[in-house]
Design a protein around this ligand. Sequence first.
Ligand code: 3PG
Length: 390
Amino acid sequence: MFKKVKDLGNLKGKRVLVRVDFNVPIKSGEVAAGGEWRLKAVLPTLNYLSDHGAKIIILSHLGRPNGNDFGCSLYPIFESLKKIWRGENLFFSHDILGQAAQKQIKKLKNGQAILLENLRFYKEEEDNDDDFATELAALGDIFVNDAFAVSHRAHASIVGIPAHLQSYAGFLMEKEVSMLSVIRSKPRRPLVLVMGGAKAETKLKLVKEFLNKSEGMLLGGVLANTLLYSRGMSVGKSIVDEKLMEEARKLNLTSNNLHLPVDVVVSKSLERANNTVVRSMDRIGGDEFIVDIGPETIKLFTKIIKNARMVVWNGSLGLTEVPVFKNGSLAAARAVAESRGEKIIGGGDLIGFLSQENLLDKMTYVSTGGGAMLEFLAGEDLPGIRALES
Ligand code: 3PG
């Protein structure tokens, strides 16, 4: 078990490095709808540290930049955070390891915080470079990981820093681990998993893990495309994950619990409804994109969801950013909201969507983790959590 923020002794004047996950959608230079949710989730830890007189140095990544890509700057996040957390006591540094950052850190008064620029501007972050981790660690006296959502990545700020500093789990990390551990060990039944979205890799692992341990597995998005394509079906121009083909072919798709779309909405454009039609799965044209699940699939999925005692959902079932492509996800979301069971959801896009549709507060538990939540539920040992335990 890890040490927790509450185990920290006197914090007055201590420099505390806090790793958070502020990887939220940015639109026109501002945090997009639904994105603030991840910011609010770490406020209990920031409040505690600030109230106990720590000097807080906040570390995060955003997106997958290639070097100093200012489209991925954390500055818009700083501006949003200022509005919801002690604005006058929060600062921003455009730099991480240079003298400018060090000067600003030195100037911090007890209880104040500074957000440093995107860690992934340094490639050493994702390489888990130990010199980089050592330099980051030197900025603080204590390390707190409150970034459950990126703790499935063995990156320098996640696993490297704890090798150099006394390390603790923040309140959000603690909550995520305790809530998701219950689901992992004692799920309520019928247990139904709904998985869609744009990333398929981690979800495929979860399908394998839970195929015989759940009563329903409802798939959409890139994962469904990939599985169908692996069986030689045409998915037109829709995205498939080529890397997963071999693994996808090995999966038993005939299990009664596994449900792929039986019909879908297709369009010739991803941005707008362009000759949108409903097609059965064997009739998708080579120049078409799958943009949503179809009406028959909606009927099937919502019926299964309504009977569930626990629903775990990650990734929307269509391209919800285009209003006409959101029907499947919206129908599923309403069915989840109405179901009598526990509703656990995760993944930034889905959280944003549910928040836009005013359905987020109908969920029993909203995890900040996307991939991390899935890996944790699949029984994997997350490197960031392991690093706190050693
Ligand atoms: C997430 O949003 O799921 C995490 O921040 C991880 O992001 P990554 O997939 O770019 O590592």
